[in-house]
Design a protein around this ligand. Structure first.
Ligand SMILES: NC(=O)c1ccc[n+]([C@@H]2O[C@H](COP(=O)([O-])OP(=O)(O)OC[C@H]3O[C@@H](n4cnc5c(N)ncnc54)[C@H](OP(=O)(O)O)[C@@H]3O)[C@@H](O)[C@H]2O)c1
Length: 185
């Protein structure tokens, strides 16, 4: 089946779906999906938090108006114990975890899907929607990055063979989003 036929097939069998959710594509893969195949990508789900740069990917997704869905937005809980995030949090009457989420949501084209089992964490994460960081953004963006985090999350093919977590391929994306037209890293 050619790429064109594949796309026609998908449109015929999913007429009401606005687009496809993909995850853990690297730049060549997402470019191929968008530019060569013409796939209507609804969102690209990637690991993203203050300890991981996704600047080139984010720039590309924005240029194509594709939202980035940030998974593990708290670096699997690590953000809750970070001293810089905690210091910023004290200024805003918020926790370090809330600041990490606010840093993502306060930017154009980013959705965050924190996982929280405890009700107090769930409420805190929703409350992060109301935090506006302004001049504190630079200190958060300057946090040291850990390249090892990303290498574990990039898949080797058109699937997610090296990732143990679930993927939202082909399903509706739901998460926190309060993107505003501003930003940097
Ligand atoms: N597509 C993919 O390849 C992929 C890969 C990995 C993960 N994911 C998805 O991404 C989502 C989140 O990822 P994740 O669970 O790995 O990491 P995460 O959301 O960054 O971190 C979850 C951890 O943070 C804690 N937490 C949540 N809110 C908190 C708060 N306000 N204060 C303090 N601690 C807080 C949670 O504890 P409590 O539960 O005790 O509150 C839990 O231990 C999941 O739905 C997962 O399925 C997708």
């Amino acid at each position: 089946m050619s790429r064109h036929e594949l796309l026609q097939f998908w449109r015929k069998h999913h007429p009401r779906e606005p687009g496809i959710g993909v995850c853990n594509f690297n730049l060549p893969m997402i470019r191929r999906a968008v530019e060569q195949i013409g796939a209507p990508i609804a969102s690209h789900q990637l690991e993203y938090h203050p300890f991981l740069s996704q600047a080139p990917m984010l720039a590309y997704l924005r240029s194509k108006a594709i939202p980035l869905t940030a998974y593990a937005p708290l670096a699997q809980g690590r953000a809750a114990n970070d001293a810089t995030l905690a210091a910023v949090g004290r200024k805003h009457g918020a926790t370090a975890a809330q600041i990490a989420i606010a840093w993502l949501l306060d930017r154009e084209g980013i959705i965050a899907i924190p996982k929280a089992g405890r009700p107090e964490s769930q409420k805190a994460n929703l409350d992060a929607l109301g935090i506006s960081l302004d001049e504190d953004r630079a200190a958060i963006a300057a946090l040291p990055k850990d390249p090892a985090l990303r290498s574990a999350a990039i898949c080797t093919g058109m699937g997610c063979s090296r990732v143990s977590g679930p993927c939202l391929k082909g399903r509706r994306i739901e998460g926190l989003s309060a993107s505003r037209p501003r930003d940097a890293a």
